[in-house]
Design a protein. Structure first.
Length: 363
């Protein structure tokens, strides 16, 4: 009886928001990435041995053997942040493109800031020549609006115009201005399918050189697509985690990826999810016999302790902010106590946190 009570009690303990609180000094939030992608620091957590090692990201290769598999998220960040002027008043308005709702009618789901000034029927002008105009046609949330873009030209020309006027959507915690280098550095080197408004940050540490070395060693790669939404930065605001609702994000897992992953499962290989987005994508599409299924749709899966993972048995991830859903997922994978110990050490050792920060490998 007492054993059952302890078990239930410890599980309950991990379900609370306050258990994911820790003191993160402001100076440990990374304003810039490491000079070279694979020179970021890497903390290695071995779950079986309960050991913590301090390495460089390029040392990742030492933990994988021929036939092991890395699963990447090949989403591509688009320049989602734009600045326009409100008609008549000329007020400067930030418009953050969330997703395209209809290509033909050029309808977009956006966030506006400051939102109180932007009402249905307002027009916004973009670019020095004001060649791009948008009309507000609906309110969706307090900051959310539906915009219809008005532009004389083909769809391709319109998208090119958006790309030219938009800037890299660095997370809000980075207080500096966007710099030209961010366009390259806030993007993985294997990004293919445009649709994310935030980078899958674990993948930012892979350089061409490191990927070549991994390939030569016989490590296999496969890709899924999860278009990261702004919900990735949304704070959890309920103490009881089972009541938290995640924003949905689009996921595509094709049959060739499924074949490669399932073969690795059957061969008992190390399968490494590169990032929380890959982990969430795969865990959203598990078959009844703990293999991967194809998927084309949306997921709002929220992974927090205790959770039994079906596909990956290793993961690469960044250091996450207190009380974030990302930290909760890693705690579910590494073990809550072990992760809290690692984070305490990371702070002590001056590891950099968040999007441009250092990395962690959990094996």
């Amino acid at each position: 009886m007492s054993m059952l009570y302890i078990c239930a009690h410890s599980i309950k303990k991990y379900m609370k928001l306050s258990h994911f609180k820790f003191d993160l000094p402001q100076e440990l939030l990374a304003e810039y990435p490491a000079e070279h992608r694979d020179e970021a620091r890497l903390m290695v957590l071995n779950r079986k041995e309960q050991t913590i090692e301090h390495k460089k990201f390029k040392d990742l290769i030492d933990y994988f053997d021929e036939g092991d598999l890395m699963v990447l998220n090949n989403t591509k960040v688009f320049p989602a942040r734009m600045f326009g002027e409100k008609e008549k008043t000329g007020a400067r308005i930030e418009v953050f493109l969330l997703r395209e709702l209809n290509a033909e009618s050029r309808l977009w789901d956006v966030l506006v800031d400051p939102a109180r000034k932007i009402r249905i029927g307002n027009k916004l002008f973009f670019g020095d020549d004001e060649s791009l105009v948008a009309e507000v046609i609906d309110n969706t949330t307090s900051r959310g609006r539906t915009l219809r873009f008005l532009y004389d030209g083909s769809y391709e020309e319109f998208r090119k115009k958006l790309d030219n006027l938009g800037e890299t959507p660095l997370p809000k915690y980075i207080k500096r201005e966007v710099e030209p280098s961010d366009e390259e550095r806030y993007q993985t080197i294997y990004a293919k399918h445009e649709g994310a408004v935030a980078a899958p940050t674990a993948g930012l540490h892979f350089s061409k050189h490191l990927m070549k070395r991994l390939e030569i060693k016989g490590i296999d790669f496969t890709e899924v697509t999860l278009h990261v939404g702004l919900g990735t930065f949304s704070p959890v605001e309920v103490e009881d985690l089972s009541k938290h609702k995640m924003d949905s994000e689009q996921v595509i897992i094709n049959s060739s990826t499924v074949d490669v992953v399932n073969k690795a499962i059957d061969s008992k290989r190390r399968i490494c999810a590169v990032g929380t987005t890959v982990m969430r994508a795969m865990e959203s599409s598990v078959s009844s016999n703990h293999h991967l299924n194809t998927f084309n749709g949306w997921t709002n899966k929220f992974i927090f302790p205790p959770y039994d993972f079906s596909i990956a048995n290793a993961m690469v991830t960044n250091f996450h902010t207190p009380k974030s859903t990302l930290m909760m997922m890693v705690a579910a994978f590494a073990g809550y106590d072990f992760l809290m110990e690692a984070y305490e050490e990371a702070v002590k050792e001056g590891y950099k946190f968040y999007s441009y920060g250092d990395a962690m490998l959990v094996i």
